[in-house]
Write a protein that binds this ligand. Structure first.
Ligand SMILES: O=C(O)[C@H](O)COP(=O)(O)O
Length: 204
C-alpha cells in the first residue's frame, strides 16, 4: 500500500523578506513566495502526485501556499483542514523584531539558540519542544491515520512547526535537529512503512 506524506513550508512571506521574527503573526506571501508556491505545485505535478487529504495552519501564508499548489494540481475542490496546531512556533516577544537587530542586542549565539535549539524558548514564546508538544499529537491523531489508510496527504505549514514533525519523521536528536533547515516552497515527499516510520524521503 502507498503511504505518501508531503510537507511544504509556505513560500516567502512579507516578513521573511523584511527579516522579521514572525511566529503567529499573519503576513501574506510576497510575489517571490507566490512563485515558490506555484513552483512547488508544478514539481508535485511533474512527480504525478495528487492528494486525497490536505492540512494547513490557521495562518494565511500557509493557506495561500496550499491553495496555489492545489490550483497547479487541478485540485481546488479538495477539502482543506485548517488547525492552529500546525501554526508556526510562537516567537513571543521577538515577534515583529528584526533578526539582525536582535543579534546586535542579544548576541549571535543567543539568537541562534532561540531560533534553532530544541528546548530553549524565546522570551514569552515557544521552544521547538513546546511546538512539538502541539504538532505531534495533531499529527498522530489527525494526519497519520489518513496516511496509514493509503490516503495521499499534503501538509503546508511553517519552518518550525515542520521542523518539529521532521524531528520525529527523520529521527533527529536534540542536537542534530539544530542544523535541519527547511526552505520555503520546497516539497518534502515522505513514504511511510507499515509501522508508520519513514522509509524514503526526497525533495524533487
Ligand atoms: O517565524 C519566523 O520568523 C520564520 O517563519 C521562521 O523563523 P526562523 O528562521 O527564525 O526559525
Amino acid at each position: 500500500m502507498e503511504r505518501t506524506l508531503v510537507l511544504v513550508r509556505h513560500g516567502q512571506s512579507e516578513w521573511n523578506l523584511k527579516n522579521l521574527f514572525t511566529g503567529w503573526k499573519d503576513p501574506g506571501l510576497t510575489d517571490v513566495g507566490v512563485k515558490e508556491a506555484h513552483e512547488a505545485g508544478r514539481k508535485l505535478k511533474a512527480e504525478g502526485i495528487t492528494f486525497d487529504r490536505a492540512f494547513t495552519s490557521n495562518l494565511s501564508r500557509a493557506q495561500k501556499t496550499l491553495d496555489i499548489i492545489l490550483g497547479e494540481l487541478g485540485q481546488t475542490d479538495l477539502k482543506v483542514v485548517r488547525d492552529e496546531a500546525l501554526n508556526e512556533r510562537d516567537y513571543g516577544d521577538l515577534s515583529g523584531l528584526n533578526k539582525d537587530e536582535a543579534r546586535v542586542k542579544w548576541g549571535e549565539e543567543q539568537v541562534h539558540i532561540w531560533r534553532r535549539s530544541y528546548d530553549i524558548a524565546p522570551p514569552g514564546g515557544e521552544s521547538l519542544r513546546d511546538t512539538l508538544a502541539r504538532t505531534l499529537p495533531y499529527y498522530v491523531r489527525e494526519i497519520l491515520p489518513e496516511v496509514m489508510s493509503g490516503k495521499r496527504v499534503i501538509v503546508t505549514a511553517h519552518g518550525n512547526s515542520l521542523r518539529a514533525l521532521i524531528m520525529v519523521l527523520e529521527g533527529h536528536t536534540q542536537d542534530s535537529i539544530i542544523a535541519r533547515e527547511v526552505e520555503t516552497g520546497v516539497p518534502m515527499i515522505y513514504t511511510l512503512g507499515p509501522d508508520s516510520r519513514v522509509v524514503s524521503h526526497r525533495e524533487p
